[in-house]
Write a protein that binds this ligand. Structure first.
Ligand code: ZN
Length: 455
């Protein structure tokens, strides 16, 4: 048993002082006791549940910082960025993908995420031929998670068409492509690969988007995969809304609401292009909105209507998507700031009872746990030991207590305040650094040097 004693901890019924948390050898929280007493292995200042990063394409980390110049296209946009992203794929080998993924997972842990749902669509060789081992790339994501100790939920992605008209994949997409049968086999093989990780690892499924999977297939998705989380990109960009409207006769969220039996198993990524009515109707399905505020800002996706969504009882979670920055506090801050900029408001997502930071953090914990169907998001017996520590000795947190701690971290501090992270009891971040940082960074540097003229 690992014993952690915290001066302050955020428990399911609120803040508590002098809390002892016991983590059993299986990685689950065995008990939570308040009050002084037994000695502990770790004495920490502020102990929080560590949230889930619900959306990532790990390999895109390699492009970060390389897409900030205007190309020859007079209107640089998401779509010019996507062409660059596709071009960068040509040279990526399984070794590169493993090294980049491990580096990103390490950064996620250091930022305070205990877990990551990897929305994994880079399946095949350049040119589109499957690897001899169909799930080679999935195995590399699993191998990265084995090195970093992150709690992985793997979401193999079904990507079949180049658009809503059912056209074939373009050259940049050819490494993603699977028809339903091939995808079914790949999904099963990816599940087998996850057997190499500790038992907190999970498997879900991800139809890429309305653009990339046929309407009939999407209508039956929940039946085809009857258990586990289902994630899908939805309503990210205006041209995507126009394309779905033109071919399928409805806006993306309207179409999904009317055709896809959305419920609490679904996590819909972005939803930055919704009408007020769509926002309220989608919130009421119980599906989680997977928001990626830094990437959505970087790509000019639009502003998610968080005020209306939370007001309608919607669940939300946070992801790092393109991984241009891995920054947990900044994702949450950016979400609230986007609302303020749109509405001319302050403390946009606060409620009468809760500060902005507390409401954002609570929603993220709850929505993240639901989105990957993991026993996490609260420091409570039976849940996985997914925990993070904030540095109570930092000048930014000195004298701060309760919800003000979260507000100070998210709005006045950053991820440097995170000193320790446990993922299912694995103590992967200690004193602000991942325990395998040197070797993981060295492998990432080698991969990036190898790719330098390709990116
Ligand atoms: Zn994405």
């Amino acid at each position: 048993m690992t014993l952690i004693r915290a001066a302050q901890a955020l428990l399911p019924d609120g803040w508590a002082s002098d809390v002892l948390v016991g983590i059993a050898p299986d990685g689950r929280i065995a008990n939570v006791v308040q009050g002084p007493g037994q000695a502990a292995d770790h004495h920490v200042g502020i102990l929080l549940p560590a949230p889930v990063n619900v959306h990532s394409h790990a390999f895109q980390r390699a492009m970060a910082g390389l897409t900030e110049r205007r190309g020859p296209d007079p209107s640089d946009s998401f779509w010019t960025w996507r062409r660059l992203m596709f071009r960068s794929l040509d040279r990526l080998t399984p070794d590169h993908v493993q090294a980049i993924t491990a580096y990103v997972q390490m950064e996620m842990l250091e930022a305070g995420y205990a877990t990551n749902a990897e929305f994994h669509y880079l399946h095949h060789q350049p040119g589109g031929t499957p690897y001899d081992n169909l799930a080679e790339m999935s195995q590399r994501v699993v191998a990265a998670a084995s090195d970093t100790g992150i709690g992985l939920t793997l979401l193999p992605v079904h990507y079949q068409f180049g658009g809503c008209d059912g056209r074939g994949l373009g050259p940049g997409q050819i490494r993603f492509g699977c028809d339903p049968d091939l995808f079914g086999q790949l999904h099963a093989d990816a599940g087998t690969a996850l057997g190499h990780l500790p038992s907190d690892a999970g498997l879900g499924v991800a139809p890429h988007s309305l653009r990339a999977v046929g309407a009939d297939t999407l209508r039956s998705y929940a039946d085809r995969f009857p258990t586990g989380p289902i994630h899908m990109h939805l309503a990210e960009q205006i041209p995507e809304v126009d394309e779905v409207q033109a071919h399928w006769g409805a806006r993306p969220v309207d179409w999904a609401l009317d055709n896809m039996a959305l419920d609490g198993r679904w996590c819909l990524i972005h939803c930055t292009q919704m009408t007020s009515d769509e926002t309220i109707r989608l919130a009421r399905t119980g599906a989680v909105a997977g928001l990626c505020p830094i990437t959505e800002s970087s790509l000019g996706d639009g502003i998610f209507d968080g005020v209306r969504w939370l007001g309608a009882g919607g669940g939300l979670a946070i992801g790092s998507d393109s991984n241009i920055r891995i920054a947990l506090a900044e994702e949450l801050r950016t979400l609230d700031y986007s609302q303020r900029l749109r509405d001319g408001s302050r403390a946009a997502l606060a409620s009468a009872e809760m500060s902005t930071g507390r409401r954002l953090y609570d929603a993220t914990l709850r929505g993240g746990a639901q989105a990957i169907a993991r026993d996490t998001g609260a420091i409570a017996a039976g849940n996985w030991g997914d925990l993070l520590v904030l540095d109570a000795t930092s000048v930014h947190l000195e004298g701060r207590e309760g919800d003000t701690v979260l507000d100070s971290w998210i709005f006045a501090g950053d991820d440097r305040l995170v000193t320790d992270v446990w993922s299912a009891g694995r103590h992967q971040v200690q004193n602000g650094q991942h325990v395998g940082r040197d070797a993981i960074t060295a492998a990432y540097r080698r991969a990036m040097a190898d790719l330098r003229d390709a990116l």
